[in-house]
Design a protein around this ligand. Structure first.
Ligand code: 17E
Ligand code: FE2
Length: 418
């Protein structure tokens, strides 16, 4: 007997094809996938040709600052730098309970909308390391239903004062999964380069992944990505390295950008774009024409570079909106990056699923396949394009083989005369 049987699925495969199948789940694992399964089940869900997809991956969010919009004040300029200042004030009143409550509330909102893997940054340039401690405790508390990775992220820079370097090291000792950085916000170009050397050294020494906030500025002279690329080539760290934001890449002149693309193709670096926030945060010093402030997603994708989309923020000093819906993220990404061709739209869906899994280094566990843990979602949609266009509710979320949550699709009633 199956623990759960999903009947009449439209199963989205890795290559984009759709198979009409039934899916059997036993002991948390996908045990069978075939056109018609006949054994009985404890729970049967008749999906009536709805789309079954692996759960969404949120590859970039700041759970420590989530749900603090307006505290202690709203971001009036809309810039990254005012956001950092406001967060600097809000940080003074952090407690473990405060961070944990907001993080878990956000994770629930994400899970309700189909996300079961999350990489969150934790600001470790705050002397008590409260955000890191809180997110490590949350990682443990939620592990039966969602997988959380924590990045030790030195928001104020590693070399902007005499204590931050030691805090970053301590954060890694405490158990952060990933080493972060912010070279464009170090006091000088030299400090930025030095910070990247430090990050690579720490990652090698402690066997950690790397995810750097890199060149999140409109300054076409912000060129830390080339240092990340060089360090990746020299250390051979390959796909263990991720460059987040890289918005300046959208402002580089083409001669430089093409050279850089060639260099980075020698690596397996992952890129994360955060279109919801960077379309609002960047371009603030421009008049007109106004830049979009998002990295070259389409060109990277065309060159077979792994790119995923992240939310970055849900209601915080940098971005006051956001609901935790990855379909919203991909929808915005598709618009801002002008990825409107059918293959391009489908690629945008992959950027919130398979590509994110690759970035998080969990690709071996990911996908709706026999023998894998049943972490999947049922969308009230027929295919990837339909899901992106209408952004329907996630009807069922199945985590570790169990029904974690369900949302009924809204039903409209036409009451007119025609
Ligand atoms: N911190 C930062 O440096 N950049 C961001 N986009 C956010 C926090 C949200
Ligand atoms: Fe970020």
């Amino acid at each position: 007997m199956y623990d759960m049987l999903l009947r009449q699925c439209r199963l989205l495969e890795r290559d984009g094809t759709i198979s009409e199948v039934d899916i059997g789940i036993e002991s948390g694992l996908i045990s069978e996938i075939a056109p018609q399964l006949l054994r009985p089940a404890k729970i049967t869900l008749d999906l009536q040709q709805r789309l079954v997809s692996p759960a969404f991956v949120e590859s970039h969010i700041h759970l420590d600052s989530a749900l603090t919009a307006g505290q202690p004040r709203w971001n009036q300029s809309g810039t990254l730098f005012e956001g950092i200042e406001i967060w600097g004030d809000r940080k003074q009143s952090l407690s473990l309970e405060d961070v944990k409550t907001r993080a878990i509330e956000t994770l629930k909102q994400q899970a309700l909308q189909g996300t079961l893997w999350v990489r969150s940054h934790a600001d470790v340039s705050e002397a008590s390391l409260t955000t890191l401690q809180a997110l490590l405790e949350v990682r443990e508390a939620v592990k039966d239903w969602i997988t959380l990775q924590v990045v030790a992220f030195p928001q104020d820079g590693i070399y902007s004062n005499s204590t931050n370097e030691a805090l970053l090291e301590k954060a890694i000792d405490m158990g952060a999964d990933v080493v972060g950085g912010i070279p464009h916000y170090e006091l000088t170009r030299e400090d930025g380069v030095r910070s990247l050397h430090k990050i690579f050294d720490l990652a090698i020494q402690h066997d950690r992944l790397i995810d750097i906030h890199c060149d999140e500025i409109d300054d076409d002279q912000s060129r830390f990505l080339e240092v990340v690329v060089a360090q990746t080539i020299k250390t051979g760290l390959g796909d263990r390295v991720t460059a987040s934001h890289t918005t300046a890449f959208g402002s580089y002149n083409n001669a430089y950008a093409v050279k850089l693309l060639g260099f980075l193709r020698r690596t397996q670096i992952n890129f994360i774009a955060n279109p919801l926030i960077n379309i609002t945060l960047q371009g603030r010093t421009d008049t007109y024409p106004k830049r979009r402030g998002v990295t070259r997603v389409k060109e990277l994708w065309q060159q077979d570079v792994n790119v995923s989309f992240g939310h970055d923020c849900v209601q915080d000093p940098w971005y006051t909106l956001g609901t935790g819906s990855m379909l919203d993220v991909a929808h915005m990404g598709l618009h801002v990056c002008q990825m409107t061709g059918i293959d391009e739209m489908n690629a945008c869906y992959d950027m919130i699923t398979w590509n994110g899994a690759k970035t998080l280094n969990i690709a071996d566990q990911y996908g709706v396949e026999i023998g894998k843990t049943a972490n999947l979602i049922v969308l009230d949609a027929s295919d990837r394009y339909d899901a992106l266009r209408r952004r329907p509710v996630v009807n069922y979320v199945i985590s570790r083989g169990k029904l974690l949550c369900r949302t009924e699709p809204p039903r409209s009633m036409w009451n007119g005369t025609i």
